[in-house]
Write a protein of this length. Structure first.
Length: 223
């Protein structure tokens, strides 16, 4: 899981100072910082009238997490100031489908260690942002964190916990580790039809991937 640096955990009942001035400062100098989750890619692709695969190709960079070997996608940037590729002046050109990282800012949400509950965090990376009136965390979450977001985060955590160990074993020991990484890419990130409901496809793809990895590792360990 990607963790935003320079942040502190908060409770839903907490209040923090924050005021958006629409300066777009948080949209600049963001190279390899705006995570594109598959849910983001799905809705952005749908908004732009393209396939999920084509969206990743055109607008995202892939990095591999060293600790797990999992692929992770970040939004591409442009210009000398590494601005978000969707920044138009000081406005977001994909506002209605902007990534959760952007939608939630300056907060971010992650699953707890048990993978069944959520933790809430407040970014402290930009000192000029915590100004203005007090914002209650619960109110911010009610406005910007949808039920589908919550369902996605917890299902994602469940699946990652299930596949991490077999994936790592195969990734470290197979002659061609990129074959197993390709399977993760296909099922977790690419096999989606934007004309069909997202969560149904996400859950189904996760189950197929989990079964695939279990089958491969059983075959591998029996040799």
């Amino acid at each position: 899981m990607y963790v935003m640096k320079n942040s502190k955990q908060v409770e839903l009942s907490d209040r923090v100072r924050f005021r958006c001035t629409r300066c777009a400062a948080c949209c600049r100098h963001v190279e390899n910082t705006v995570v594109i989750e598959v849910k983001d890619a799905f809705y952005l692709a749908k908004l732009l009238g393209m396939s999920v695969i084509d969206f990743y190709t055109a607008y995202a960079n892939m990095l591999t997490l060293e600790d797990t070997g999992f692929p992770l996608f970040f939004l591409k940037t442009v210009g000398k100031d590494n601005s978000c590729v969707f920044l138009n002046g000081k406005r977001c050109s994909v506002h209605n489908a902007k990534p959760r990282t952007c939608k939630m800012y300056p907060f971010w949400v992650a699953p707890d260690d048990d993978g069944k509950t959520l933790s809430y965090n407040f970014s402290t990376e930009r000192k000029h942002h915590p100004k203005g009136s007090l914002v209650r965390v619960k109110d911010w979450m009610r406005e910007y964190l949808s039920n589908e977001d919550k369902e996605f985060i917890l299902e994602d955590a469940r699946s990652v916990m299930k596949i991490t160990r077999p994936f790592r074993i195969l990734y470290d020991n197979l002659k061609n580790p990129y074959d197993v990484q390709k399977r993760v890419l296909m099922y977790r990130h690419l096999f989606y039809d934007t004309n069909e409901p997202f969560m149904e496809q996400f859950c189904r793809n996760n189950r197929v991937l989990e079964d695939e990895l279990e089958r491969i590792i059983n075959k591998f360990t029996s040799i």
